[in-house]
Design a protein around this ligand. Structure first.
Ligand SMILES: Cc1cc2nc3c(=O)[nH]c(=O)nc-3n(C[C@H](O)[C@H](O)[C@H](O)COP(=O)(O)O)c2cc1C
Length: 330
């Protein structure tokens, strides 16, 4: 399966692992890179010790595989970097050159000079056409068009777009404004049908979160994965409930897709009440996390949860998805 994306990053399949917070650790990024995909570590909120540990693990797991080592990169959240960019600075000071750095949710422009100095390609994840000029100004090598089906954070409410029209519209915009910039589709892609469809819509590849979240190398809690395997796409929803419960101050334009569990159902229609007096709900949530009770703790998955039947190794998943897409495209 070759595309402009595989050629640009020396991959054998046009798949990138999403840099999922606390999930895309060294083992998962290394497994994806070994399978021929782009392995992005979840640097995310910029927790330096976590990144140092997981980065070292990925490098150690790939000491015998130089091509795979070159497929390991990282992702950060732009609005969080504005508060503290020490993890990004640390990463760019390491001997290993990241394959790429992905920035999501905010203005990427303040960080591009540092990336360019180190020769690291920039990947920008966006949700609307109107965000494209920032990314092109920042010199993005790759745009990720993230639809509202996606697991985790994305554009909220009236601003959210569905992938089926966002991806081709973004492809058309890039064709006229910046033809050398590549495009990945994200949101709802969990099998070869999704990969083939994304390529047909004009993407050069896909960024996958939910599917690889349920894999042997993922750092997702096993109880959360068991709950997800019993769910279908109807069981997820976007809201800010878990951001309030987790004490995360996300900008208002973004919210968060996860399984609708007891706490979510209790608060999603009363979000202002929750914001005004969060203490007892937070205590309930914290107790749920401590007890690994996923009727209270969050399970971060997208609508593609309905396509998950198992949690095998990432190598097996990537092979399976690539083969299915190849067969369909033939
Ligand atoms: C568990 C989980 C955590 C995520 N964390 C992040 C994150 O920290 N930073 C980020 O840019 N995107 C994050 N995302 C969103 C992904 O980048 C991507 O857009 C999404 O997973 C694609 O949709 P899918 O889940 O249907 O594959 C997360 C997604 C999931 C499922």
């Amino acid at each position: 399966m070759q595309s402009r994306f595989t050629h640009r990053f020396d991959l054998s399949t046009p798949i990138a692992l999403a840099p999922m917070a606390q999930v895309s650790g060294g083992a998962l990024a290394a497994a994806c890179a070994r399978a021929g995909a782009l392995g992005l570590l979840g640097g995310v909120y910029g927790e330096l010790p976590w990144l140092q540990t997981q980065h070292a693990l990925a490098l150690r797991l790939l000491t015998d595989d130089t091509p795979a080592l070159k497929r390991v990169g990282c992702g950060f959240i732009s609005w969080k970097l504005a508060e503290d960019a020490s993890a990004l600075d640390w990463l760019l000071d390491q001997a290993h050159t990241p394959a790429a750095l992905m920035l999501s949710f905010g203005d990427p422009r303040p960080y591009t000079a540092r990336l360019a100095k180190r020769g690291v390609p920039l990947i920008c994840q966006i949700q609307r056409l109107e965000q494209l000029p920032w990314c092109l100004e920042a010199g993005a090598a790759v745009i990720v068009a993230q639809g509202a089906e996606a697991g985790g954070h994305g554009m909220s409410g009236v601003q959210a777009r569905a992938s089926i029209s966002l991806v081709p519209e973004m492809a058309d915009a890039l064709a006229t404004q910046s033809p050398s910039t590549l495009l990945l589709a994200a949101g709802g892609i969990a099998d070869g049908r999704g990969l083939a469809a994304a390529l047909m819509l004009g993407a050069d590849g896909v960024l996958m979160g939910t599917r690889l979240w349920a894999s042997a190398e993922s750092l997702a809690a096993s109880g959360a994965v068991s709950a997800a395997l019993l769910a279908n796409g109807d069981d997820t929803a976007r809201s800010s409930v878990f951001d309030v419960l987790r004490r995360k101050s996300w900008p208002a334009e973004f919210d968060f897709r996860a399984l609708r569990n007891r706490l979510h159902r209790e608060w999603d229609s009363r979000i202002n009440e929750l914001r005004a007096a969060p203490d007892s709900a937070r205590a309930d949530y914290d107790a749920g996390v401590a007890a690994q009770d996923f009727e209270r703790a969050h399970v971060t998955v997208g609508e593609a949860v309905g396509l998950l039947r198992d949690a095998p190794s990432a190598v097996e998943l990537i092979e399976r998805i690539t083969k299915q897409a190849e067969a369909l495209m033939r």
